[in-house]
Write a protein that binds this ligand. Structure first.
Ligand code: SF4
Length: 394
């Protein structure tokens, strides 16, 4: 992890939220609903001595159920949902002529959001309005899912397991839904805090079984899994943007040029242009905030021109996040990223727009990407004046 020595979001002062989660589990009035981010599966085994091939997300879900969590989900589902919203937003902004002032920036990394709001506030209007997968899942849990199980949103307690310390600040984003005024997410624990909870519950890692996430938000595609690595959001979004524009799928490896070649290549910036029909989409992917700063300065000086830019605060993306296991003097993000690309290669579904459970949720609830309801629950207004992400941490 980057955190102890270089965490871009100031994780040294991170608070421990495990007690809050134990209290919610003990509260008989609460239905505790958890989600596990893609990058966690690539690293949690390091903390508990489990080999990467055996450290599956299914075993994390089993550990959460054995600790008393009522429903367990994989954030890969809502990464696919994010792509549906952000992919449509990009195509709409790009082809509708609305986005004359390009590029559109991704918005799922709270370390990056805090950085742009404080360092480049005049560029905030270029951010996608899509909430992150963590926040979208929380909103879906307290609305769509709450209705399915017949529980009021105030009695649903949403927990996320994240590779990230800044996600603890992002969770303060508000959710308004009918009578309910609260938060999408109630508690965030990091990968390290998850390991601590497994130990304190005296769960022996070798007794964990590979279980599936709960219905109806069960499926996740390979496109959702690669969100945890730098370039993953861009690649997943382009796979679906191609489909939205052309009405057919691209070859699944059409956009691998956005993947990182390693931290020290090209100042951490991966540039690529893609042709879809008569449209050229100019993309850039960058990780690490000093690399992001250099890239933004070049954009401002007019030296480079892009249509779509992915930024992740942690070098290598979330796999290198501040909440991941730490190994003195050793950076494992790149290796962990390969693990996610392996999972994508072997996934039965590779396109977010083919996630059957996401499509069912649209049919039953959100109607279509960018609908009024989707705007109310799955998007946010970014305001350069308001920086509440990472409050008390950075
Ligand atoms: Fe958190 Fe990922 Fe952003 Fe790092 S790159 S701050 S882990 S969301």
């Amino acid at each position: 992890g980057q955190c102890i020595t270089h965490c871009p979001v100031g994780a040294l002062a991170a608070r421990d939220d495990t007690e809050k989660v134990w209290d919610a589990i003990a509260d008989k009035n609460k239905v505790v609903v958890a989600q596990v981010a893609p990058a966690v599966r690539a690293a949690w085994g390091e903390e508990l001595g489990i080999e990467p091939k055996d450290a599956t997300v299914g075993k994390i879900l089993d550990s959460l159920k054995r600790m008393g969590v009522d429903y367990v989900f994989d954030t890969t589902f809502s990464a696919d949902l994010t792509i549906m919203e952000e992919g449509h937003e990009f195509v709409q902004r790009f082809t509708g002529g609305e986005l004359k002032e390009r590029p559109m920036f991704t918005s799922c990394c709270p370390g990056w959001i805090r950085f742009i709001k404080t360092q480049f506030p005049h560029l905030v209007r270029y951010l996608s309005s899509a909430k992150s997968p963590q926040q979208m899942f929380g909103a879906a849990m307290k609305t769509y899912f709450a209705e399915k199980i017949g529980v009021a949103p105030e009695n649903i307690y949403t927990v996320s397991v994240m590779p990230c310390v800044a996600k603890k600040g992002e969770r303060e984003m508000e959710l308004f839904y009918g009578e309910y005024a609260g938060h999408d997410i109630d508690a965030v624990i990091t990968t390290r805090e998850l390991a601590k909870m497994i130990r304190s519950a005296h769960i022996s890692p070798d007794t964990l079984k590979d279980i599936e996430s709960d219905r109806p938000m069960q499926e996740g595609t390979g496109a959702g899994v690669i969100f945890g690595a730098t370039g993953g959001v861009m690649e997943a979004a382009l796979r679906s943007a191609y489909y939205i524009i052309k009405g057919q799928n691209p070859p699944v490896d059409a956009f691998t040029a956005v993947r990182s070649r390693g931290f020290n290549e090209n100042d951490g910036v991966q540039e690529a242009n893609f042709q879809i029909n008569d449209i050229t989409i100019r993309t850039a992917v960058v990780s690490g905030l000093s690399n992001a700063r250099a890239l933004l300065q070049k954009i401002e000086r007019g030296e480079v021109h892009y249509d779509f830019v992915e930024v992740m605060a942690c070098p290598g993306g979330c796999v290198g996040g501040g909440g991941q296991p730490i190994h003195d003097g050793e950076e494992r993000a790149f290796e962990r990223g390969k693990n996610l690309y392996y999972l994508d290669d072997n996934a039965k579904l590779r396109f977010s727009h083919e996630n059957p459970d996401v499509l069912t949720m649209y049919e039953e609830y959100f109607e279509r990407p960018m609908s009024h309801k989707a705007h109310m629950l799955l998007h946010t207004e970014h305001d350069a004046e308001v920086v509440n992400y990472g409050k008390g941490m950075c």
